[in-house]
Design a binder for this molecule. Sequence first.
Ligand code: RBZ
Ligand code: NIO
Length: 336
Amino acid sequence: MKFASFDALRSACQDLPAGSPAAAEAVARRQDTLTKPQGSLGRLETLVAWLARWQGRDTPDLDRVKVLVFAGSHGVTAQGVSAYPAEVTAQMVANFAAGGAAINQLARAAGAELDVIALDIERPTGDFTLLPAMSEEEFLTAVGRGYESVEAGTDLVCLGEMGIGNTTAAAAIASALFGGVDQWVGRGTGVDDAGLGRKMAAIEVAVKLHGEVLHDPLRAAAAVGGRELAAILGATLAARHKNVPVLLDGFVSTAAAAPLMRLHPHGLDHAVAAHCSAEAGHRGLLAAMNLKPLLDLGMRLGEASGACLAVNILRSALACHTGMASFADAGVSEKG
Ligand SMILES: Cc1cc2ncn([C@H]3O[C@H](COP(=O)(O)O)[C@@H](O)[C@H]3O)c2cc1C
Ligand SMILES: O=C(O)c1cccnc1
């Protein structure tokens, strides 16, 4: 899959199916017949209706859950914006393959299959304090890789990333799409105050340098984003086109998917924010995007870790929906 131009990708982002509201209604109707006070399972009830809507069927399931972790390398690491060296990206990709990372354990615990997609990691993006991170061509290639990583027939996809320096890229995208600088900048892997200052300075320079394109969400994502963020955008778009609901992970994944919401007011209706990361900008970004996170556990890892944890909540919600008896079947008296 390859989009021919920014314009072709923009058209695809603005031409989005609406899922099946009828399937969501069928789920809501069944919820009201089950042996519990109406609405008492709170968001578990609306989550099952959400799954039904975006899977496009009255009886959603979670037999095929995929975790996609996209990896990319960032030229902006030259500005001293991460607490860890850039080579950790490739080392962690090897660790994912060997089964030694947090996401390997969390995916197994969630009954999900993990795919790691490394995007040209031996070739960092441009340092966006000096030049665009990616050309149109490079950006569209990464978006396309993300798009083709989502298979139709998947019941749910968790999207995450690995890329030293990418909290700076994510903050730069948030700045381009929502304005401001400082409120998007956090400590990422644990930079000290001087590192935090370098991150802010890098974004201020980038916002000036690329100012002319930042009004366009896609050009902004190419100029100051990263390949793994572009792939998350492509995967989020593909999921919408292929009837696959999405769990977004932390600050980086949320910023990566944000252009889709900027291009279509309902662009992320098929996505749920799995958690609120401890990365400083995430709470504000979720609020700006009107997303309500499921979990808030002080996690700040990335890798789809928060998204993967939330799969277990969805499984529990679905188990109640499919397994519970109705008032009529169980002989339980209804509300008087
Ligand atoms: C060992 C290790 C494993 C990770 N797994 C995810 N990240 C996370 O940290 C990075 C972003 O933070 P920053 O912008 O400060 O570099 C990304 O790679 C992200 O996925 C990791 C970071 C490290 C060091
Ligand atoms: O919330 C995130 O996505 C995040 C936070 C810290 C480091 N890497 C990713």
